[in-house]
Ligand binder design. Structure first.
Ligand code: CA
Length: 700
């Protein structure tokens, strides 16, 4: 039974406070009272919503920590979590308590002053649900309202907890458990309701966003982002109009995609809710909608009326999406002067590589210029608002060339930050190429990876020269984007892609963790690095800042994981940094030290190869179909899951029990006995042994 684990610490704190309050009463009423008022307390400024306000700017007006003193920033406390998978949460700081989420949708409450764990809640997501996830067992955080916390779970539930105790108040299933839906995004609160989407396009689902009453979890409305089977009729006029842009089916059998798995923003003045809509299911439009069409509302920003979920406007970034080009990336609301006119804008850097500025009242396109390397389109036509595609990018007549951005995106979910002082948007940007080709043998397998493309993550060709050329194109950086001039102001290079989300402050500081395991502060105006801290693990989550008892803190959850950490292989470049799941809290003159890092050593000691060259090749094909999205390109782990090349001989003895029988299902490694026969499982093993032999030779 899922339940909260109440720890005695909070109780002790309450007792202490009562005692202290008692002692503060004057001993005698006749005692002379000094009338000089105490200095006014500096009010606490906390981080109370996901994006630090409905505009999701992730900017803080705090400036106690600034460019002059950031060199003195030090660790104040840390807390290690007992999991070893990805952490992507934005912690909330409310009334002196930090609420964050961890792997497997767990929720943790800490005393923000001491770090003490007050309670944690485990919704007990079945661990074999991991096979229905594209991108690790992550969660991006809770929402808070009036003493309650709200969060989604990997298996599609929306749960309300008492913030004081972690006790469950209500729970609703927001998805069909028979389909491979998941929730990793944070719910947002708009008025008296929660807005929550879901994910799972690659596995085969139909996207939607729903509103639930805060008080009891009653569903208030649901907006489908793509049409279902036309024979069943349409839920809304907006979906009926969308259906005119799809052709030939059978997208509804696979689901069509369009999941709203992360970004949501809200403008209270316009009373408009903005949702970012994901890619098509399957990716390959030739299979999904063979007669073509724009396939609305895939890859779009859609504005809705939050009162009833009615459609207001949309802008589609990638018509006829065929490359996993989600528009689920972080959306920021700001008021900018564009071409001499004050505009209320919404900004997004979706996966497709263009930075969009739209008028958020109407959806009018104001600018669209590339922030990352873009080969799939030459530009966006400002008359039509549509991208002008390059030749051959739809892989209708054979594979594409090296294609940028790849499915991991020029920018993924990692939040940006908009700083009104500099007028810049800071983007965690990356270039990771890919080759798209139609999967000629495609057949839909519910609950498994269904892209309709050859799973060819630029697929590390065996030729080392080509491999080096591909890897040479892989980059990661911070781009400081000027949304008025629509151009890059400055850029700071990282070792590789998949770096953390952003925070900027009035102290002229930009904070970001990275794939190399460093947590870094930069100047907001030119990107100069001013301070860094060795977190001993890759960081993908965005930092937050707050002021408590007059003192400013910066906090971030560290812990390597997420999509590219699973699939990345050698393309990660920063190396497979192991996951160490922890919450880090910093202040000026903080003196806490982390325990020494333990460097893991991969040992390659495979059993003798018994497979033939043909069997190894067949094993590679099967690996790309069944294994690559958790265990990495070319069996090189990104650090978030087991590196199969390092399996011991003993583990190899357990091969069939594990791969077919599901011996380690509790770690998320389900058995594939229903999918693979013994000979196929052995072929995969031969491929792994071949990869391990190569790694061993390279090490010697
Ligand atoms: Ca996707």
């Amino acid at each position: 039974m899922p339940h909260g684990y109440r720890l005695p610490g909070l109780l002790l704190a309450v007792c202490f406070c009562l005692a202290a309050c008692d002692r503060s009463t004057p001993e005698s009423p006749s005692e002379a009272v000094q009338l000089t008022p105490p200095p006014a307390a500096i009010p606490d400024i906390e981080w109370r919503t996901h994006g630090n306000g409905p505009d999701e700017q992730r900017y803080s007006a705090l400036d106690q920590i600034n460019t002059d003193n950031v060199a003195k920033l030090g660790l104040d406390w840390y807390f290690d979590y007992p999991t070893n998978r990805g952490l992507e949460a934005t912690p909330l700081v409310i009334d002196g308590v930090i609420y964050t989420t961890g792997s497997w949708s767990m929720v943790f409450a800490h005393d923000a002053r001491s770090g003490e764990l007050l309670w944690f809640y485990d919704p007990e997501v079945p661990r074999n649900w991991a096979v229905h996830l594209c991108c690790d067992v992550v969660n991006r955080g809770v929402a808070y309202n009036d003493g309650k916390l709200f969060f989604g779970t990997l298996d599609g539930r929306l749960i309300a907890l008492e913030a004081s105790s972690g006790k469950k108040v209500w729970e609703v299933q927001t998805t069909d458990r028979e389909r491979p839906y998941s929730i990793t995004g944070a719910p947002r609160i708009v008025k008296d309701r929660l807005i929550i989407g879901n994910g799972g396009s690659e596995l085969g689902v139909r996207g939607y966003v729903s509103a639930y009453a805060l008080k009891d979890g009653e569903m208030l409305w649901r907006f489908y982002t793509v049409p279902g089977n036309p024979e069943d009729g349409f839920e809304t006029p907006a979906v009926e109009r969308a259906a005119e842009t799809w052709g030939g089916g059978p997208w509804w059998e696979i689901g069509g995609g369009g999941t709203v798995w992360d970004s949501i923003a809200y403008d209270p003045d316009l009373n408009l809710l903005y949702i970012g809509v994901g890619n098509g299911a399957p990716w390959n439009q030739q299979i999904r909608s063979p007669e073509g069409g724009d396939n609305l509302y895939l890859s779009s920003i859609v504005a809705l009326n939050p009162d009833d979920g009615r459609y207001v406007w949309h802008y589609q970034t990638t018509p006829g999406e065929s490359w996993d080009y989600t528009a689920t990336q972080h959306m920021i609301l700001a008021d900018l002067e564009v071409k001499g006119e004050q505009r209320k804008v919404i900004m997004q850097a979706p996966k497709n590589g263009f930075f969009y500025v739209l008028d958020r009242a109407t959806g009018e396109l104001l600018s669209a210029e590339p922030y990352a390397t873009v080969t799939w389109a030459t530009h966006v036509d400002m008359e039509t608002g549509r991208p002008v595609e390059a030749d051959g990018v739809r892989y209708t007549d054979g594979p594409t060339g090296l294609h940028l951005p790849g499915p991991i995106g020029g920018h993924n979910w990692h939040p940006m930050s908009y700083n009104p002082d500099t007028g810049l948007v800071y983007i965690p940007k990356q270039d990771v190429p890919w080759i798209f080709a139609t999967d000629e043998q495609f057949s839909y397998r519910e609950g498994y990876w269904n892209t309709g493309t050859d799973a060819a993550p630029a697929s590390m060709p065996d030729d080392p020269t080509i491999q080096a050329a591909v890897l040479g194109m892989v980059r990661g950086s911070i781009v400081a984007w000027d949304p008025v001039a629509a151009e890059t102001r400055w850029e700071v290079e990282h070792a590789g892609p998949w770096n953390g989300g952003m925070l900027s402050t009035a102290g002229d500081l930009l904070f970001q963790g990275n794939a190399e395991g460093q947590f870094v502060a930069y100047r907001t105006d030119n990107g100069e690095e001013l301070w860094s801290f060795d977190a001993q693990t890759g960081i993908v989550a965005p930092p937050v800042t707050y002021r408590l008892d007059g003192e400013q803190y910066v906090a971030v959850v560290a812990g390597w994981g997420g999509a590219l950490a699973l699939v990345g292989g050698d393309a990660l470049k920063a190396g497979a940094i192991p996951n160490r799941s922890r919450l880090l809290v910093f202040k000026l003159d903080g003196t806490k030290q982390l325990p020494p890092a333990v460097a893991p050593q991969l040992v390659f000691d495979p059993p003798p190869q018994s497979g033939s060259a043909e069997q190894i090749a067949a094993g590679k094909d099967l690996y790309l179909r069944y294994c690559v999205f958790c265990h990495g390109d070319a069996a090189v782990s990104g650090g978030a899951t087991t590196d199969l090349r390092g399996l011991s001989r003993e583990q190899h003895n357990d091969w069939l029990a594990t791969v077919l029988g599901g011996k380690h299902w509790q770690n998320g490694m389900v058995g594939f006995g229903g999918e693979l026969d013994e000979a196929q499982a052995r072929n995969i093993q031969s491929y792994i042994i071949e990869r391990a032999e190569r790694a061993k030779a390279a090490q010697e």
